[in-house]
Design a protein around this ligand. Structure first.
Ligand SMILES: C=CC1=C(C)/C(=C/C2=NC(=C3\c4[nH]c(Cc5[nH]c(C=O)c(C)c5CC)c(C)c4C(=O)[C@@H]3C(=O)OC)/[C@@H](CCC(=O)O)[C@@H]2C)NC1=O
Length: 273
């Protein structure tokens, strides 16, 4: 049942408190602000919680579709934990996709931890229109909201470096204010990493999520029929590329073909691809 799946998801059992507290806060904020417009998660139990045959890799998926009059297409939360020779890999993510009834940006946060002292943080409101062609869109969602100040704040921390995705598609699908950083502390200095996550990453992530909730999810601009068709086409392309790039190689490698096919198949269904 949904509650079992949600409970498992919300435990974030394999990450330490600063990461868990951030994700629980973001999901709770999302549920309190958007809850009335979200259907319960109806994913099969073996996709809400999945693991590989040797029980070295575990994952959860929590996807809830939005209902009218909200502009929510669906929101999805996930965590993935894999024991690897080099140490444990933990990926936690929360993403919200809006429907073509608005052209406002989506929301994405991903925390990719390849060791207790090394973290890749993705935090963005990916645009849903070409910014060169629509400077007013850039103004409304990125300039007026002053989103770049969060990227600048993080940049001041010595352990923070820019993260360049190996995928050029990913690099051109993020906003100019996107936070794509790699945070590395001295080996063993786990408490410094947790301090950065608790005192900086969490504060900024909640602010950016608040901007999305106020200006995109709840304040999103209506679009006309012709724009809707163009928007739906662009959203579809982005969703399928995102799954291909994020999951295409890692899911089969970490969970095996059978589990990867089952999980990504269900994700494609929900993504309507
Ligand atoms: C603007 C939009 C996007 C940006 C900016 C973006 C960034 C990145 N994500 C990566 C990854 C990633 N994410 C997830 C979560 C997840 N993604 C989806 C997608 O539908 C679902 C449904 C789920 C829950 C199951 C997993 C499991 C996973 C990886 O294994 C992968 C990774 O960590 O490899 C090291 C990296 C790949 C490229 C690279 O190595 O540089 C890169 C950092 N990914 C975007 O979509």
């Amino acid at each position: 049942d949904d509650d079992g799946g949600r409970k498992m998801f919300m435990e974030f059992p394999y990450v330490s408190a600063p990461y868990r507290d951030l994700m629980v806060d973001l999901v709770s904020t999302m549920e309190s602000r958007l809850g009335p417009y979200l259907l319960p998660c109806t994913l099969p139990p073996d996709v809400q919680y999945y693991h590989n045959r040797t029980n070295t890799a575990f994952g959860t998926l929590h996807i809830r579709s939005g209902i009218k009059p909200s502009h929510i297409d669906f929101v999805f939360g996930s965590w993935l934990h894999c024991k690897l020779p080099s140490g444990a890999l933990n990926i936690t993510s929360l993403s919200a996709y809006l429907s073509p009834s608005t052209d406002a940006p989506n929301f994405l946060i991903e925390l990719i931890q390849s060791s207790p002292t090394s973290l890749v943080l993705i935090l963005d409101l990916p645009p849903r229109k070409d910014l060169v062609l629509h400077p007013d869109y850039l103004q409304t969602f990125y300039e007026d909201t002053q989103l770049d100040k969060y990227r600048k704040q993080l940049d001041k921390i010595p352990e923070v470096r820019p993260y360049y995705s190996s995928s050029l598609y990913i690099r051109c699908s993020v906003s100019p204010t996107a936070i794509l950083v790699c945070i590395e502390t001295e080996p063993g200095r786990t408490e410094r990493m947790e301090e950065i996550v608790r005192d900086h990453v969490s504060v900024i992530a909640k602010e950016v999520f608040g901007v999305w909730l106020d200006h995109c999810a709840c304040g999103g601009r209506e679009v006309g029929e012709t724009d809707r068709a163009r928007l739906a086409k662009r959203d579809l392309m982005f969703k399928s590329k995102s799954i291909e790039i994020d999951l295409g190689s890692s899911l089969p490698r970490l969970f095996g073909e059978e589990v990867a096919t089952r999980v990504s198949g269900v994700i494609r269904d929900v993504f309507n691809i």
